[in-house]
Design a protein around this ligand. Structure first.
Ligand SMILES: [Zn+2]
Length: 121
């Protein structure tokens, strides 16, 4: 088995990326609603206290940021497929393992570089 993506795999990853992007856009839409400024006079808050509402709002904001970051990564991956330079690590230029791309098609770093990045955070 080849260790680099072939055209058939690219096709299935492309489908996966489009589907994932659609899901994330939907998710971002509902998170945007949840991240709206807290209004206490609204019936919909029911018995939720102001503190809880604010906490939920900040969680929604964090999730929204994460969601938007992934949408961005997927955009980048789709652009790379278009330009036929998809599947290479942005840090070291090495090929990213197929298994990794299948698990996370928007990956722009190989496992090694991703680990390094996370350690630097
Ligand atoms: Zn790398």
């Amino acid at each position: 088995m080849a260790d680099f993506v072939d055209d058939v795999q690219i096709d299935s990853l492309l489908n996966k990326l489009h589907r994932l992007q659609g899901e994330l856009i939907d998710e971002a839409d509902s998170l945007k609603q949840a991240a709206q400024p807290v209004k206490l006079d609204q019936q919909s808050f029911g018995r939720v206290s102001r503190g809880e509402a604010l906490q939920q709002q900040s969680i929604a904001k964090a999730n929204l940021a994460q969601c938007q970051e992934r949408i961005q990564q997927i955009d980048d991956a789709l652009r790379k497929i278009d330009n036929e330079n998809y599947g290479y690590c942005e840090a070291c230029g090495e090929k990213i393992a197929v298994s990794r791309l299948i698990a996370k098609p928007e990956s722009s770093f190989c496992l090694e570089c991703q680990d390094k990045q996370e350690q630097n955070k």
